[in-house]
Write a protein that binds this ligand. Sequence first.
Ligand SMILES: N[C@@H](CCC(=O)N[C@@H](CS)C(=O)NCC(=O)O)C(=O)O
Length: 234
Amino acid sequence: MSDLTPFPISARWPAKYPERIQLYSFPTPNGVKVSIALEELDLPYEAHAINIGKNESWTPEFLSLNPNGKIPAILDPNGPGGKPLALFESGAILLYLAEKTGRLIPADRARYYETIQWVFFQMASVGPMFGQLGFFHKFAGREIADKRPLERYRDESRRLLGVLDQRLEGRKWIMDDDYTIADISLLGWVRNLIGFYEARDLVGFDSFKNVAAWLERGLARPAVQAGLNIPARP
Ligand SMILES: N[C@@H](CCC(=O)N[C@@H](CS)C(=O)NCC(=O)O)C(=O)O
């Protein structure tokens, strides 16, 4: 029986199944990367909803696991060496789950690093830029009279979509026929850009034909459909 009591997060969000991977998350583009990966991998896990709308990621219990105060985070009772492993940052979690199972990342070393390169492209560019665009287009930033921030993030988001579109030319997935953590890292963000952020026309999404077709293929996957709603919003 796994003992998670040394982890303060388990006091506020108790594990019903302490032998399973504990996921602390919310269904946002960063959060769903991990639930989609867990669904794809068919790993036993238990999801806890951290309501970021109520600032639950800033509670002492959550901060004890992620001092950066952001979802997603995991606690794997059976980490390396059979010891519990706590992890935050969605890119690090995706890589950990892929390594743990030997799936969702190619074994060939060159292709392995190429996959990580595209995960970093999402983490360092797509996520931050699309997120800022959402703020200035849809949320509080839209009231700001100076439109330069909006234009800057719109142009950068368009440019990034162009990079992705070029990569997907003649490819089913980012790594050709291999569906990987690179696809998983990006699917939720692109969906969010044209869905929740309502930026489809703003970025001229329909001109990125390869991205649009890839998104459709990704969203058709049952694990993606399931993962997009895990954990359920309270
Ligand atoms: N680089 C981090 C970003 C995580 C992140 O920004 N999470 C957002 C939700 S998508 C969050 O927790 N926001 C809550 C807050 O800042 O209060 C990752 O990929 O894990």
